[in-house]
Design a binder for this molecule. Sequence first.
Ligand SMILES: [Zn+2]
Length: 327
Amino acid sequence: MTERAIREQDSRKITGDDTTLWRPHRRAVLAGLGAAIALPRLQAYAATAPVTHKVGAIEVSIVSDGVLNIPLSFQLPDTPLAEAGALFKAHGLPEGGAPSQTNVVLVKTGGERILIDAGSGPNFQPTAGKLQENLEAAGIAPDSITKVVFTHGHADHLWGVIDDFGDSDRFPNASYVMSAAEWDFWTHPDTPARVPDALKGMAAGTGRILKTIEKKVERRKDGDSVGPGLSYLATPGHTPGHMAVLVENGGQRLVVGGDVLTNSAISFARPDWRIGADLDRDQGIATRKRLLDQLTNDRIPLIGFHIAWPGLGTVERSGPAYRFIPL
Ligand SMILES: [Zn+2]
């Protein structure tokens, strides 16, 4: 994507009346996924080049899966929108919020090429599902990926693991890693009935995809190694088994935070705001504050999946809260 295209997307305001989130996309219904899907205006899409960062000898690249349009009223169900708008304005952002980036991470470590999350594929929102295109434009073939490590089971992180026809692996030579708690939650037969209405289609779709890849999935827990120099860091709340990934090499560290910190203004200035997409919103707040403390105390850089492209930065204390400093 060109810088101009990014600026144009970032300047678009997201309001309840210019998106129709949570209405099933016809193609998703045909694919049996029936998810919470938007039908925003189609936009021309140009490839986004990856951004690369070193953690010791490990090469960490951020690869875009495109953008998502999610109404502010869904993101912040308990916050007056005028209050959120004032916070965005104070941070130089559009008052109605901006499209959400989807920053997938590719780690080259110990001879492996490991993806952290797989994007959403074609059946979630038409502005997303661009991961394969962006990998190939950067000369990275899908069959060269050796492993996919999931932070959690939401559509925008997992559904892209299946190809555009919905029946085979997009990364045919990869094994998969997911937290055991996350696996148990999304594969439990009662989960689609237990989650809020807006997530029922997603739960059914994720459960179906996990069944198709089941034989290749390794289940891991907090602190376990998930690759050379990579380990899981339990960060529940957004989902029951949500995991961040700690990257460590040569005395340097970095956290790939998944969906613990999702917005460069809200997540840092108001970590106490309840987030609509968190399944356990109070646990989400506690986890967010704990991770912010750890990132500031230990001076560890962060990559946030939905933070403005490329989502890489450091965290500082700012008054009673925090601020995100892009690197
Ligand atoms: Zn997400």
